[in-house]
Design a protein around this ligand. Structure first.
Ligand code: PEP
Length: 253
């Protein structure tokens, strides 16, 4: 069966010392209380803390991911980070297509497709974010929006490649707002996504694909969200910055 995953997206938060402390606290608490065997825990700190994170995580049972990647392999792209660089630092996952990147950095489906390809060619698993704006949901277009996002950036992949992808459904209106999708809304969209994958890649691959929920997920609402049949965990923003809350979310299954 598919893997349950709780991934923390730290975004642009924490000083070096705070980041170091947070990782150590997460590991200490997981050591003390035990990490559930059936849950993969991934932390996605800012690039500048990846080396520290991978060094600490090497001895542990947590995984490390990036928050972004450039689509090119190397060259004159000042300020950017490539998939080959991430691979050389033992980074196993990378978020792609987060709504903040789509909005503030104008990342579109064509670019995201190239980023997904770059990651896969360096054996890094993309955590691909999709999700609709509030206006799109209110207009009843949310299913079409998500379908197009998946078709345009992921459905060119071979079945073997697609098996490496983790999907995160993140309704934009729920990100950082304190208003999460209801468990029913999340389940409805996750089931829709799984059906799309079934149509493209077949039931077996769809059944193996982890689909995470993201958007104001916290220790209080995670148990009910994660109890939905097609919700395989969460991509957690704000609540991943506090070790105790993050651990509680990990233990919500
Ligand atoms: C996110 O940014 O991926 C996210 C889910 O944020 P938050 O949990 O803060 O809504």
């Amino acid at each position: 069966m598919r893997t349950k995953i709780v991934a923390g997206n730290w975004k642009m938060n924490k000083t070096f010392e705070e980041a170091d402390n947070l990782i150590v606290e997460i590991l200490d608490e997981l050591d003390e209380k035990g990490k559930p065997d059936n849950v993969d825990v991934i932390i996605c700190p800012p690039f500048v803390y990846l080396e520290m994170a991978t060094d600490i995580a090497e001895e542990s049972n947590i995984l490390v991911g990036g928050q972004n990647v450039n689509e090119n392999d190397s060259g004159a792209f000042t300020g950017e980070v490539s998939a080959s660089m991430l691979q050389s630092m033992d980074v196993g996952y990378c978020i792609v297509g987060h709504s903040e990147r789509r909005k503030y950095f104008s990342e579109d489906s064509t670019l995201l497709k190239l980023k997904v390809d770059a990651l896969l060619s360096h054996e890094i698993r993309p955590i691909f974010c999709c999700g609709e704006l509030l206006a799109e949901r209110e207009a009843g277009h949310h299913f079409d929006v998500v379908r197009t996002q998946l078709e345009d950036s992921l459905f060119h992949l071979t079945p073997i490649q697609f098996l490496q992808v983790v999907i995160a459904y993140e309704p934009v209106w729920a990100i950082g707002t304190g208003v999460n999708a209801s468990p029913g809304q999340a389940q409805e969209m996750h089931a829709f996504i799984r059906k799309l994958i079934t149509g493209k890649y077949g039931e077996e691959i769809a059944g193996e694909t982890s689909i995470l929920y993201g958007g104001s997920c916290n220790a209080r609402n995670a148990p009910e969200l994660f109890a939905q049949d097609d919700v395989d965990g969460g991509l957690i923003g704000g609540a991943s910055l506090k070790s105790e809350e993050f651990i509680q979310i990990i233990k919500s299954f």
